[in-house]
Design a protein around this ligand. Structure first.
Ligand SMILES: *Cc1c(COP(=O)(O)O)cnc(C)c1O
Length: 444
């Protein structure tokens, strides 16, 4: 397994993260356990911030909180000077309760409810990323009711789809998100936004995909967005203050993944904006980006305890752990690949090929197929790397399995940031209506 950030094998042969021995973390917090390498999260944040500082442009780096949203994380994001993207009232509530400055919050989503918009207006968030015409009118109406003007970016689809190692240039983009540039919808949305008196149109937003390892997709998106901005300036004499090119920067899950340094993406994006707007705009627009996965992904490790195993001679050996698709649905959802190691036997040679099964009642609840490991025994600890993004945030209570705890580790200290759910938490919202079970008690 690749050792990210501060991860290393210590003198006892145990995996250590942030100076904390994972065997001791298991004793203190139990398993499954999400372990977040705080220093690595901060390092990733600083890589983006530093790269933008060098560009000389005005900028915001907004952490896409959907990747991993907890109050402690919001605080860390604030400390690092980043902004924050939210997509629901739950994420917004988390950020506000953590004391995150509202003016640095951006609200995304293709179906924001009136209640969510009202909550965000009351909190005076920085901007909405408006997705469709219904939303433009709803935003305008609610802003009017509140006697305010709200800042918006328009989410546009530039006709670029980026996949891991390629980008596809599409004419008409078939997407539930945003206003299409190619078919003129985005142009109509600009005119509508300018005309609606309670909207303040700040700029344009585009997000082309995720787990992207090349800069070309971002460059083409920047070109199309700026080409559109030039047309808007020429025809409507309107200038955008902000160009937001979204997130999607790739991380390393396995050795097949070859992420670029944050500074490479940022330079490609800022150079493209400089190139495309120089001589057209008197003042270059602010550039915003929205990394999620690449801030937290490789900083996360999930620790499991090995339970039963099943050896089917000549076929496969299954090793089961005390979690699975409830704490990491990505392999089942996307066929995502992960690397893992025995955290308590870090120096032993891998002599077996095994497959790691979760404990849910689904054949599809498999975490890793064909993993090289030392012969694993009941009670060993399995560490799965790069689980910091879209694991905790996508966790469920399927099979009524409580969600694991989350700890931040740093310089030999661990701190709980999310408590392990208890069995009582699982039934806390359950209600038994009077009429249910009545017959039984009458008979009794
Ligand atoms: C999901 C998302 C992001 C973050 O994507 P990552 O792949 O986690 O970097 C950024 N912007 C928007 C609009 C998104 O939907």
């Amino acid at each position: 397994m690749y050792l990210h950030g501060t991860s290393k094998i210590n003198a006892k042969g145990h995996l250590e993260i942030g100076g904390c021995d994972t065997v001791e973390l298991k004793e203190q917090y139990g398993t499954p356990l999400y372990i977040m390498d705080e220093a690595l999260i901060r390092q990733r944040a600083r890589e983006y911030m530093d790269a933008f500082r060098q560009s000389g442009l005005s900028y915001q780096v907004a952490y896409a909180s959907k990747a991993f949203c907890t109050m402690a994380m919001c605080r860390l994001v604030e400390e690092e000077g980043m902004s924050l993207d939210v997509v629901s009232e739950g994420e917004l509530y988390t950020a506000l309760k953590a004391g995150f400055p509202a003016e640095r919050i951006h609200f995304h989503g293709n179906n924001k409810t009136p209640a969510e918009i009202q909550m965000a207006i009351s909190a005076r968030i920085g901007c909405f990323v408006a997705d469709n015409f219904d939303e433009l009118h709803l935003l305008n109406a609610l802003a009017a009711e509140n006697g305010v003007k709200v800042n918006i970016l328009l989410r546009v689809t530039p006709g670029v789809e980026a996949h891991t190692h390629e980008y596809i240039s599409t004419g008409q983009t078939d997407s539930k998100f945003g206003f299409d540039i190619g078919n003129g919808t985005a142009y109509e949305a600009v005119k509508t936004s300018i005309a609606l008196p309670h909207l303040q149109l700040l700029g344009l937003h585009s997000h082309i995909g995720s787990q992207i390892f090349e800069v070309e997709g971002f460059q083409v998106a920047a070109e199309r967005v700026s080409g559109f901005a030039v047309k808007v300036k020429r025809e409507l004499d309107f200038v955008f203050k902000v160009i937001n090119l979204g997130g999607g920067f790739g991380i390393r899950y396995t050795k097949e993944d070859t992420p670029l340094h944050a500074s490479v993406y940022v330079k490609a994006i800022t150079d493209a904006v400089k190139r495309n707007f120089s001589g057209v705009y008197d003042q270059l627009p602010e550039v915003w980006i929205e990394p999620g996965r690449s801030i937290v992904g490789d900083a996360g490790t999930t620790l499991y305890t090995v339970g039963s195993s099943k050896d089917i001679p000549g076929v496969r050996k299954y090793i089961s752990v005390d979690g699975g698709m409830t704490d990491n649905p990505r392999p089942a959802l996307y066929d995502s690949k992960y690397e893992a190691m025995l955290a308590n036997r870090g120096r032993e040679a891998a002599t077996e090929t095994v497959s790691i099964a979760g404990k849910c009642c689904e054949s599809g609840d498999m975490l890793i197929w064909d993993l090289e490991l030392p012969p694993a025994k009941t009670g060993d600890l399995l560490a799965v790397a790069s689980t910091g993004a879209y694991n905790y945030s996508m966790a469920s209570n399927y099979n009524r399995i409580p969600r694991p705890a989350v700890v931040f580790v740093n310089e030999g200290e661990s701190a709980l940031v999310v408590k392990r759910e208890s069995l009582n938490d699982l039934i806390a919202n359950d209600v038994i209506p009077q009429r249910v079970g009545k017959q039984h008690s009458l008979k009794g």
